[in-house]
Each structure stands twice: as C-alpha cells, then as structure tokens.
Write a protein that binds this ligand. Structure first.
Ligand code: FRU
Length: 495
C-alpha cells in the first residue's frame, strides 16, 4: 500500500518541512514552549457531540494522530499522542496525554511534551526506567523515559519523575541517536528492554535513499540500536524491506499461548508485519509480509510497554475521517481504535497475528440479547424491536447463501464465493471453519471495527452510522442457520 495515498495531506506537509528544519540543533538551553500548554482551554468541552466517540478515546479538543509512548506504570496506563494543541488540523506536534486504569475510561491531562527550539515533537515511545539508568529517579517513583523524534533535530528524549505528568528534556533536548546521514526523514523511535541481552533496544524507521523525492526515498529500512543507559545508542543492524514505512514496532509474543515459545513481530504504521527471531542485535524473519488490518482507517499503532499482566494491547489511530469531524463542527479531530489484545497463532498458512477487543469491554455492557441455534427467519423476528446506539455484536452462522448483517444501517455482506465479509469495497477474508463463520462488530458514533473468525482478520473504519437507525438486522436465505447471535448494548465511557 502506498502510504502517501493514505495519509495524503499530512505527509506532504511533513515532506515540505525538511529545508526549514535542517540543522536546527543549537547550544542554547532548550525550553519547552509554554504557548502550547493550552489544556486549560479544554476544560469546558464535553463529550456528547454527534460524532464524538463514546467508547473510544478522542481528545477533548483539537487534532490527534499517532498514539505515542504507550506504557503502564503503577496502576496507570499512559497514552500519549500526536496532538496539535492549538487547532483542528495537523501541526505544532506536541505529546498530548491521557491516563486510564482499564485502557477504556480515559482522563485527559495537560499536554506532556511541548515543542522546543525549532523542533516539534513527533512520534516515539516510552519505558519505565526500572533500574534508574538515567539516574533521574526522585523518591519511590520510577522515572518514565520517552524517546521521540524532535523534528529536524533527530531522535531526542525527555523524562518524567512525577508518574508521566510532566517531562524534562534529556541532554538539553539534543539528539541522542547518531544521525544515519542517509536522509533526514528518519523518525519514530520505538524503545524497549530486551531481557535476554540485558540491553535497551531502539528501532528506528530510516529512509533508504539519499535523494529526496525519489521513489526509493519513500520507503525505508529499520535500523536497530542498543544501549545500556537509554542515552548512548550504538547501531546494531539494519533490517531492509520494501514495505516498511514510519512508526516501526518490534514486539515479542508467545506462540499459541506458550510462554516458553515466543516469536518477534515487526510492524510499521500501515500494520504490515513479519514474524521472526531477534537476538538483541539482528532480526531475522521468513520474509513473508502479512497485513494486520484490512480496513481503511488503522494507522501507526503501538502496544503498551511494561504490561502488568503480560498482555500485548494494541491501539491505533483511526484515520480517514476526511475532515468529517471538522465539517460537522466537532471540537476535535481523530480518535483511537478500541484496545485489542494481540496473539500469535499457528494456522494452516503458518503463524499469524490475531487481534481481539480487550475483555474490559464487558464492563460497558448494559443490555444483552442472546439467540442460539435459530434460523435467519426467526432472527429477523427477534431483532424487530431492538434499539441501541453503541453495540458489540457477534454472529456465528452456517453460510448457505450470502448473508447481510446491518448494524445501524452499516451493511456487512458475507460473500460465499470469496469466503469474505465485504464492507463497501473492502474484503475481510473469513473462510468457513467446519462450515461456520464468525464476525464480531463494534459500532460507535463514528467508527466500525470488524473482527472475523475470532480475530484472524480485522478491519477498522471511520464510519458514521445512520443517526435515526438504531437497529440490527440480518438478511439472506431464511433457512440459514444462525448458531449464535449476541448483541450487547454499551454505555458511554464519558458519563
Ligand atoms: C505517522 C507520522 C509519523 C510522525 C508523525 C507526525 O502518522 O507521520 O511518522 O512522527 O506522524 O505527526
């Protein structure tokens, strides 16, 4: 997928900024620009606008893109994010901040890292400095270290000694990762602790070619660095692939739930991925590139570092609202996907990522409707009186014919020939297993998330259900056997 088509405007702007920001590093003391601490002006904004996500995170006000610095510490999940603190369009990149105890109910806090010098703060990641290698710890609270792209100025860092609320610049905000010299677009450092080699690891997306504007310049490679102290980074290896573009992640997951057998997954912003092994320096894979999302609105995802229960929970930016938020007069633009748990499973085609909404969603259920082993004809009758706005719908059926599931007027068809669910022009492959197919659907005020066959294929969309349609319906051969149809009505997380 050509990412420039997906991201359009935003990447054109990022591209144009090169000449302005080159060599922006100075020796003066870098101070975060307090003009961008606009959070006071957010306090009177509510969460009940027509397109405001009710069980997905959005900023009270203004633009968001990538999730950043996702990390758990001392009872709190931290979600930092690319944020324009002064407007509804991309710009003035700052790290916004929200905290949660369950990854679903979020409390937005003052912006955490503000632009300084000539740099805005692009995407990056965060870890808990458990061994105090930065030497910044104050009292009992561990330091949270963030490493990000200080745009135009390389990869820089900041640290927090107050549980992620405020950050001081590390090394006066100067670059801490040696520039590659290949091209200036390198960005989005992802850091983690590698227990086997007892090193901190940083993976960075770098461009491949020196020549700006060439095709080669668009795609890149992944450069891997190691460090003992989170500040001095040495290059370990390059992982060179055509498909990689922005926001690289490298995570380890058990295979089929076996904690003694783990594999590494490398993925980029478009959620292309490969599975392989990582020895602390070099990443080797089978070179089979897979796709982690088949929709149109999933980008730049990250997982929480330092998970308290070993789960790998992923959140991505739901793109492609095409300015709808703004057109509809929303005070915000952008939202995040529902947190989902990642697993690696063995399938007929080999190892594959599975993704499933976190179980905490159950705490939002208000009313539930369950129908077991009924014909489609019977289901039509049963669904007649149902009315709900926010829903978590699961269906398992034996397709004999095509079947259409409509959730608030959003139509999802099962195509028997291609054994896929179809939403608009998008296909989500879901082959029958023992003659049956499964689909789970999450619908909010401006999103639709589809999880086919227990999360084997997932598709995320910015989508606006029909405002006056609060129904769920099924269409198709009346004798089609529905093994199970479960509908949970959800409550808003903002009340
Ligand atoms: C991905 C991205 C990152 C960059 C950030 C800037 O959406 O382009 O590569 O750091 O957004 O906002």
């Amino acid at each position: 997928m050509n990412i420039n088509k997906v991201m359009g405007f935003k990447n054109v702007i990022i591209g144009m900024m090169f000449p302005v920001l080159l060599n922006a590093q100075t020796d003066t003391i870098a101070i975060q620009n307090q003009e961008f601490q606009t959070f006071d002006s957010y306090k009177d904004v509510g969460y009940n606008q027509t397109l405001r996500p009710q069980f997905h995170f959005s900023s009270k006000k203004n633009w968001i893109n990538d999730p950043n610095g996702m990390v758990y510490y001392d009872g709190e999940y931290h979600l930092y994010f690319q944020h324009n603190p002064t407007g509804i369009k991309w710009g003035n990149m700052t790290w916004g901040h929200a905290v949660s105890t369950d990854m679903i109910h979020w409390k937005q806090l003052p912006h955490a890292i503000l632009p300084y010098g000539k740099s805005t703060i692009f995407s990056g990641s965060a870890v808990v400095d458990t061994k105090n290698v930065l030497g910044k710890q104050k009292g009992k609270n561990k330091t949270i270290a963030a490493i990000y792209t200080a745009w135009g100025n390389g990869q820089a860092g900041a640290y927090s000694t107050d549980k992620g609320r405020t950050f001081q610049l590390l090394n006066n905000g100067k670059t801490i990762v040696p520039p590659t010299g290949i091209n200036k677009g390198e960005r989005d450092p992802y850091i983690f602790w590698h227990e086997a080699s007892k090193k901190w690891i940083l993976v960075l997306w770098i461009k491949r070619a020196a020549k700006e504007g060439s095709d080669e310049d668009k795609m890149g490679k992944v450069r891997i660095y190691t460090s003992d102290n989170l500040t001095d980074w040495s290059m370990a290896s390059d992982f060179d692939r055509e498909w990689v573009f922005e926001c690289m992640n490298l995570i380890e997951l058990p295979v089929d739930g076996n904690k003694k057998h783990k594999k590494w997954v490398v993925f980029d912003a478009g959620f292309h991925y490969e599975i392989g092994d990582f020895d602390g320096k070099t990443l080797t894979t089978d070179k089979k590139t897979l796709q982690g999302d088949f929709g149109k609105g999933f980008y730049a995802a990250q997982t929480f570092n330092n998970s308290p229960d070993g789960r790998r929970v992923l959140i991505g930016w739901m793109t492609n609202s095409n300015g709808a938020d703004e057109k509809e007069g929303m005070p915000f633009s952008g939202q995040f996907s529902f947190p989902s748990k990642l697993d690696l499973r063995t399938t007929k085609e080999g190892l594959k990522l599975y993704r499933w909404p976190i179980k905490e969603i159950e705490n939002l259920y208000t009313k539930s409707y369950q129908f077991k082993n009924i014909s489609l004809g019977k289901a039509v009758e049963k669904l007649d009186n149902l009315k709900a706005e926010l829903m978590d719908v699961s269906i398992e059926f034996e397709p004999k014919d095509s079947l259409k599931l409509s959730v608030r007027g959003l139509d999802i068809n099962y195509n028997l020939n291609s054994e896929s669910f179809e939403y608009g022009n998008f296909k989500i492959h879901a082959p029958m297993i023992d003659g049956k197919v499964k689909l789970r659907v999450l619908v909010d005020r401006s999103s639709l998330e589809l999880f086919a066959n227990d999360g084997a294929s997932v598709a995320t969309f910015f989508a606006i259900p029909k405002a006056d349609n609060l129904s769920v319906s099924v269409n198709g051969g009346l004798e089609t056997k529905i093994h199970s149809l479960v509908i949970h009505e959800l409550k808003s997380v903002w009340k």
